[in-house]
Design a protein around this ligand. Structure first.
Ligand code: ATP
Length: 208
């Protein structure tokens, strides 16, 4: 699972998903847009539109799935509930991974039921340029004893481990910067898939 606001999806998300799948030899990566992200302001674009843009961005990429499940739930989109529904689908013995960027990881102890996340899945933290602050104390306590050295150790169990990864194409792309550029009428070429750029331009999204 790679959850996010995807407001909009960009190549930092998509390339990370592809490299994550290769590195951990995952069957698939479910990219799951939050309907109502609990810890941030309302996204600029509706959940349905963000999902449609995500679908365009994924296109025919093998192993990446635009997963609408958080749009079907009311209330805040808690990742613990999403992981519980994935766990129910794949069964107790499958390896389930929740991937997140280092910036999101830094706030993990403030998420809803953070301990439950770790009973349901492994955490894989993707290194991201510009987000290198030290870990807050509650996060250190949450992950104590969980960190493993490599993918093999992580994948020897269904859940509960933590692996930090630096993917080969570490990208300094953020949706904040994409939105800023669009609002200023500047180029977003090569930050987003071309189909996504075309869609945003055609519909005038993020322009104001
Ligand atoms: P914003 O700038 O609006 O906060 P974002 O670019 O961080 O957005 P999100 O949709 O919030 O995008 O991110 C979803 C997940 O993808 C988070 O776990 C985030 O850390 C991760 N992520 C986002 N951009 C990158 C990137 N360039 N490299 C690796 N991980 C990323």
């Amino acid at each position: 699972m790679l959850g996010g606001t995807f407001d909009p999806v960009h190549l930092g998300h998509l390339r990370s998903a592809v490299e994550l799948r290769e590195f951990l030899e995952l069957d698939r990566v479910h990219m799951i847009p939050a309907c109502v992200p609990p810890l941030r302001g309302e996204p600029r674009v509706s959940p349905e539109q963000r999902l449609a843009i995500l679908r365009l961005g994924i296109g025919d990429t093998p192993g990446l799935v635009a997963d609408p499940r958080e749009l079907h739930r009311d209330g805040p989109s808690f990742s613990a509930d999403t992981l519980a529904s994935l766990r129910e689908e794949v069964g107790g013995q499958a390896r389930l991974v929740m991937a997140l960027g280092h910036d999101a990881f830094l706030r993990l102890a403030d998420w809803h039921e953070p301990e439950r996340l770790l009973t349901l899945a492994h955490l894989v933290v993707i290194d991201r340029p510009d987000f290198e602050a030290p870990l807050p104390a509650p996060l250190v306590a949450l992950i104590a004893g969980r960190e493993v050295a490599d993918a093999e150790a992580l994948m020897s169990r269904p859940a509960g481990g933590l692996l930090r990864l630096t993917l080969p194409s570490r990208m300094a792309i953020s949706a904040t910067e994409v939105r800023r550029r669009l609002a200023e009428g500047r180029s977003v070429r090569y930050l987003l898939p071309e189909a996504v750029e075309r869609h945003l331009m055609q519909h005038g999204l993020y322009r104001y």
